[in-house]
Design a protein around this ligand. Sequence first.
Ligand code: PRX
Length: 629
Amino acid sequence: MSENINTLLKESRVYQPSAQTKAAAYIQDYESAYKQSIADPEGFWSNVAKELEWFTAWTKVLEWNYPWAKWFVGATCNIAYNCLDRHVKTWRKNKVAIIWVGENDQERIITYGELYRQVNRCANGLKKLGLQKGDRVTIYLPKVPEQIVAMLACARIGVIHSVVYSGFSAPALANRIQDAEAKLVITADVGFDRGKVFNIKSVVDQAVANSPTVEHVVVLRRQTPGVTLATPKEIDWHDWLKAEKAVCEAEHLDAEHPLYILYTSGTTGKPKGVVHVHGGYMVGTYITTKYVFDLKDDDVYFCVADPGWVTGHSYIVYGPLLNGATILTAEGKPDYPNPGRWWDLIERYGVSIFYTTPTAIRLLMRYGEDWPKKYDLSTLRILGSVGEPINPEAWEWFHRATGENKPIMDTWWQTETGAIMITPLPTVPLKPGSATRAFLGIEADVVDSQGNSLPANTGGFAVIKKPWPAMMRTIYKDPERYKTYWNTIPNCYAAGDICHKDENGYLWFMGRADDVIKVAGNRLGTAEVESALVSHHAVAEAAVIGKPHKLVGESIKAFIILKQGEVESHALIQSIKDQVLKELGKIGVPSEIDIVSSLPKTRSGKIMRRVLKAKELGQDPGDISTIED
Ligand code: PRX
């Protein structure tokens, strides 16, 4: 039996960039820009780095001691300095940096100058609490501007931040505080979610009770009267900073100084503390934000992620601020108070770049196209998607709902890669469902388990062949686990995803290698089957797993959520199977289909297939600290 993955899904639609998109784009000719960048990657990355400010220059661009990389060796810099001081010195000092909208429509607008002052006060406050370069701070805040302020303040003085998404439970938070040995936790009294108030402080109380390294807890009190604080250990955010000066020198840090730890477990296993550093991460997030979204000074950039995830770190906070962009960030969910929420925000603030997720698009699809039609979306010019394969059906819907002529950047990357790796640029012809090609300076391939390049249309492992500046430097306190990324497949970084390249070199991600289903000697990725399922008009969302089967090895079981108004029936199930048959052939057709009302997802929206599988087979699901529901 071949170890390669079968590719069944055929998608032939191609969208060319509009004249308007072409006229605006930084990169006019991807092919030649890519060739040049790959001929001399160190030259390419050092030219990018020169667009930013360094306190002292590097003596060597890359030191590669497999699998350990150091980029911009000998240089000193500070990412927060590049996000703030670099702009405050120019006309951008009064430019809007952040437009924040609360779930209750409260609005806060913060300029670069004001953000700079708030960050400096916060950095001084950190120093007053005794925090020093290299110490760790856990940030457990809802989506409020203080989350961004706290991250940048840590970065400014070389303190390492560990942002934990504020939906995590007390044990999950405690585990992350303890692993990082954080001295300080920054939190809030409450967060808001679909109109409900949820108490965050009580979660922190439980977590801190078991975390002896924590000396202080700073609390942003959003409610009046505010919660009572246990002084002197607990401090009110405003009291903490009101006497602090708005000036604080940015620490000159080695380019390899850690910027943050971000715990990821994604869909599998025990959380790992992915470590990113100031220099390389700054270069990677800066240039990907600029080129992928074609970011210009007059854009309003809306990324729906939470800074608790890597997308928030790289594409709400660091990448956009490094570019001096105006960012819109909004607390709350896409369907609250109604499914027009995001379209309304786009209209209200004249958003031009909109970066979202397939899971959110599928959620909005369920409510139909009338919602986006109610709003003026004409300011949009570039769209983005991240987090999962975007199935062609959702891609087409997103494209139509936003006016048919805006390119969708399907960006593939990971917490570990730090920045976008596989992605179109706005001038690259698009194929719905494909993340297209490698970003400049990135060498990607699809290989077998020995690292041999596979021919077109053969599924295999997605790998990166050379180090890149924004790559993680290690797993916190677990270098052995870091090494597994680089020694699973000889001489390359194995992402753990399966993928195939088509005859034009376009990459199609097919799911996680761990989720591959083996049916009668064929190996299928989950994404293709799920994509075929959601191409049926009645299906809103789908997840598939493999179940042991005496005859064929594994059989496919599908769990699906129907669109609003659709009713389960024998005929409907049959027509869904027929649809998959038409799309993929017999091999892809699930033998069982269960209609469900929800699917287990990570808090960032990814389907946890291993939880479905464990439940189906009556097994232990392992760590489920990241599960949403
Ligand atoms: O399986 C891939 C999927 O998300 C994984 C990375 O998850 P995480 O570290 O949480 O980061 C998410 C935000 C970058 C990948 O290994 N993934 C992410 N983006 C895509 C994707 N799969 C297909 N297409 C994408 N655009």
